[in-house]
Design a protein around this ligand. Structure first.
Ligand code: EPZ
Length: 424
């Protein structure tokens, strides 16, 4: 069993190469199911989530060039020439909820798909009702039996007008991919505007899909019968970049994030400036520097893009636990995304939880402690706290962190942090 051990108190100086976006990669890898042509994807981050997803695609009969050398390749060539299996089993889906993203493309390409209900996770129930109702609007017949989603569309999918009751990244991904091969036009209203959706859309358009409105809340798709081969480089991971920017906020110092782009972080950069981190944009990076020794409090509400991303909420809470005032954090996306709070409190943070509100009263010092990761972003908020805490912090269940942060220990060691993986 491994833990991450951090001896806090060292500021960060150096460069971090930001990896490709996990969430964009998962959607774009799924798009290979839409065609029998080869899709070459560059910049997929080397994470347990992306590895599992490639394994899942292989289980459908997709040839994945590069999988055997997963850690060392920058390009994966996916060829779904012949789909031999239409079932995403529970044992794979439970390891990686994003497996639900194969439902739309499998259904659109083959007319059938059986995908295990992903079930909830520690941050919430994570229902998929919007995915299913929308696919039914496209003509799919869907039933739920023994924990599995059985979807059929023997005559193929037909374009329709779909209005999402709430913004859902996953439902937008599934329905966008399904509509690409549907007969006729699909109009999808109230879609997610996350940059990862735009990245997927650009990849689909490079395959010959007819999509309008990417980046807006209404997307129009004119279905096509076939897609062609393409090559696509995945965008940078804006959540990884935001995480390292917040690492400078809490630990101090100055780091250059190679590959980070201001355009996709604007709202977050304003928050960083208000708490006391300045940044300089270069043509290939963004340099973050802590302005002074103190951090200002800030109130945030997590919202769909371009609002404050829920995936940076845990990291900001760790930083605000050392501000010189009180911050109010409202989590509006997931119903149980404060699991990091009790662990931060064990390190001396002063946090009161009231429903979806966290009131964080800044303290002068956090103390190193034995803590436990509960989910991907909670785990990295404990790393941030450990970087600044007095003494040593040991973080257990770090398999969570390996799901979303490629080489995080190495990247922080290069910037001078006293951080190691230890065998326990
Ligand atoms: C995606 O999850 C991301 N995962 C999440 O990142 C991210 O936090 C989330 O979007 C919000 O930005 C991937 O892209 C693989 P949603 P997703 O559908 O698609 C409710 C990380 O840390 N909802 O936008 O599951 C849902 O319960 C992960 O990288 C329904 O009610 O999120 C939530 O309250 C965590 N019915 C809200 O919508 C549905 O059918 C937003 O969820 C679907 C969602």
């Amino acid at each position: 069993m491994e833990k991450i051990s951090i001896k806090g108190g060292k500021p960060l100086f150096g460069q971090v190469k930001i990896s490709g976006s996990k969430n964009s990669s998962l959607a774009i890898l799924a798009s290979c199911l839409l065609t029998d042509k080869k899709i070459s994807i560059y910049g997929v981050p080397k994470l347990t989530d992306t590895f599992f997803f490639l394994e899942l695609l292989s289980s459908f009969g997709v040839k994945v060039e590069g999988l055997k050398n997963f850690k060392n390749v920058d390009k994966f060539v996916l060829s779904a020439k012949k789909i031999t299996n239409f079932n995403a089993p529970y044992n794979l889906v439970k390891k990686m909820r994003a497996s639900i993203l194969v439902l739309g493309p499998l259904l659109a390409r083959t007319g059938k798909a059986t995908v295990s209900l992903p079930g909830g996770c520690s941050i919430g129930l994570r229902p998929v009702d919007i995915h299913l109702k929308s696919l039914e609007k496209l003509g799919a017949r869907i039933s739920i039996e023994k924990g599995y989603i059985n979807a059929v569309a023997p005559k193929g999918l037909r374009g329709n007008k779909i209005i999402f009751p709430k913004v859902s990244v996953g439902a937008t991904v599934n329905v966008l991919m399904a509509s690409v091969l549907a007969k006729g036009t699909t109009e999808i209203y109230n879609v997610a505007k996350e940059p990862e959706i735009e990245d997927l859309g650009l990849c689909l358009k490079s395959m010959g899909a007819k999509i309008d409105g990417l980046g807006t809340s209404k997307i129009t798709v004119d279905g096509v019968s076939k897609l062609k081969e393409t090559s696509h480089r995945v965008m940078f991971d804006r959540i990884e970049a935001g995480t390292y920017a917040l690492a400078v906020a809490i630990a101090g110092g100055e780091i250059e994030l190679i590959g980070a782009k201001k355009k996709l972080l604007t709202f977050f950069l304003n928050i960083l400036e208000s708490i006391g981190v300045e940044y300089i944009v270069t043509d290939k990076s963004i340099i973050f520097k802590k302005r002074s020794n103190s951090l200002n409090p800030v109130d945030i509400i997590t919202e769909p893009y371009p609002g404050f991303p829920t995936d940076l909420q845990a990291q900001l809470m760790a930083v605000m636990s050392m501000s010189n005032g009180t911050s109010v954090i409202t989590e509006n996306i997931f119903e149980n995304r404060f699991m990091h709070a009790p662990e931060l409190i064990r390190m001396g943070a002063k946090i009161k939880l009231k429903g979806n509100l966290a009131i964080v009263e800044g303290v002068k010092k956090l103390k190193g402690a034995e803590v436990m990761a509960t989910d991907l972003r909670a785990s990295v908020s404990l790393v941030l706290a450990g970087l600044a805490a007095e003494g040593t912090t040991n973080i257990d269940r770090i398999y969570h962190i390996d799901r979303g942060y490629q080489d995080i220990v190495k990247k922080l060691q290069i910037c001078g942090a006293n951080i190691n993986r230890i065998e326990v």
